[in-house]
Design a protein around this ligand. Sequence first.
Ligand code: IVH
Length: 700
Amino acid sequence: MSAPDRIDELRRLIAEADHAYYQLDAPLVPDAEYDRWMRELQALEAAHPECVTPDSPTQRVAGAPAPAFAEVRHAVPMLSLANAFSDGEVADFVRRVVEATGETAPAFSVEPKIDGLAISLRYEQGRLVQGATRGDGATGEDVVANLRTIRVIPLVLRRTPGLPLPEVLEVRGEVYMPKAAFERFNAEALARGEKPLANPRNGAAGSLRQLDPRITAKRPLAFFAYGVGEVRGLELPPTHSALLHLLGRYGLPLSPEIDVALGLEGLLAYYRRIGAARDALPYDIDGVVYKLDRRDLQERMGFVARAPRWAIAHKFPAQEELTVLEGIDLQVGRTGAITPVARLRPVRVGGVTVTNATLHNADQIARLDARVGDTVVVRRAGDVIPEVLRVLHERRPLAGDGTPLSPPFVMPAACPECGSAIERAEGEAVARCTGGLYCPAQRKQALIHFASRRAMDIEGLGERLVEDLVDFGYVQTVADLYRLGLDDLIAMKRRADARDGVTPETVKQGRIATRWAENLLGGIDQSRRTTLERLLFALGIRDVGEATAKQLARWFGSLDALMAASLEELQAVPDVGPVVSQRLHGFFAEPHNREVIAALRAAGVHWPEGPPQRAAEGPLAGRTVVLTGALAALTRDEAGAHLEALGARVAGSVSKKTHLVVAGEAAGAKLDKARELGIEIWDEAALLDFLRVHGRWPPA
Ligand code: IVH
């Protein structure tokens, strides 16, 4: 085979492999084979420079930096789409289509609206010769060198038997940055101390505008085709959906979400389906696009201004909006953690009015350099808490002398709720109020947590009621809930109404509504009967979540056993490390907490207790171990706790059921007996080796 023929063959093989790998996610050949083809092609091209063409796969990242982009006049203008923001506007669109075409339930090509950058790829005799941005629709810029670096864009159209190559085919579509690539790119940029990209769309646009294609090549971009521009030497199919399918056969990537829908019902169903799938899609979309499918009917409807009358974009509510930061409030959580919260001028984001957003912590405020009065970008996506993404510093209000009106944020020294000191532990991002349950904010949060469904599950006790109960002094601790009577609740309600300046209908009619209070008391009463794990979780001990509470309840079997446990014994519980054992020990050592627990019991809160269930898990599961003699590095209790944590049962005396005896210094009768019975015996060094192997020595 001649060199030019082999070059052709290699290019075809590589293009097929690229298509399979990047678009079908089904690699054709092992990487090693692909690399061999690539190297062979490079060698042949080096030997035959006259054969090097821009559509060779070796040239994807070849071009030298350009001084500027050449202008491109679009043979067929690149139009935009009219937008619909409501079902009603879509209904109007469908009505216009029905009127213009006489079809009762017209078919539409329905497609995701990719949030990227519109591009026109020009193929002549099957080769990519030009790739232009939209520009003003009539004239754009030739960024083909950058587009060639995008692996999913074919450099030559795929040839299939029976499918002729058109003389000219302009493919219109969207260049975008996949979400995962965006996250990865930003993580790496941050690690290098570089500026991250604001969003995937900016990422795509900025990358294509690079004059040096080698930079673009490092940006993970992709492309979806959604239409055509100039076409010569090819008969186009009668519908848009068939046209897209044809582009797919030429090797162009299509969004897998593309579909055909009938009539208004079909369009709205598609909108809801894609809306629900939006967060899970691997690329950003900002809506869906409906295009009348029959091309003859498209032609009949024509254009208005710069948009087709036969298509419309149905936009999703925006997820980002601009608003003004009116203040920074501090929220005190159950464990005293202080979260700065942005108070915002109300703004609609994603169909919901947002009035505040998290600023996370003081470091984040410093990073954003956010000040009161600033114009900020808020984002609300899915179910997540709205957050302040960035600050438009150029819009910051300035005083006459050009200095900012507001000073930078500083975390106050005292809790805004109770005046206790705010402290921030070394190496921690979170600042905390040190007031504990003296702090009404922490008390309210503790009550809300106590009553929550997965804790004591007190029906009828919502946040508003908790606020009032604390503010009017009816409840100090969780135990006080169980002392509330009907009269208390009704008196409190009257005071709350007076404070709010409202007179409920029922009161006007001379009656008192007591149903809610009776329901609440019923809910409180029902919560008296609970389980030890729920109670432990409900107490709100820091770092004791549901799983740990469950472990503790099983391990100790009773609250008294848990409260009496030493630090070592606590650490023996699987998953309980030094931090949690400290928290537990500290919590139960606090007289105030012991009083609350006693009061809960006195108020009739009860739960079943039983013998400890120490899971037979770990390397010593099912083994009975006896400790004897004196150990040097740790006490016998500590050693026993470690062994239990590894699944052993620790017994006091040696018998035929004993599997292992750990003998320290001056071990006596038990060691003799173990020898007599032929039981395995370890000295202290063997024990420590074993603990070391299982990550329990030296202790953390
Ligand atoms: S069709 C004549 N289809 O949205 C119709 N556009 O506002 C031309 N876009 O500039 C556009 N996904 O950048 C079409 N499936 C899709 C699209 C899409 C994203 C962008 C495109 C265009 C803008 C129109």
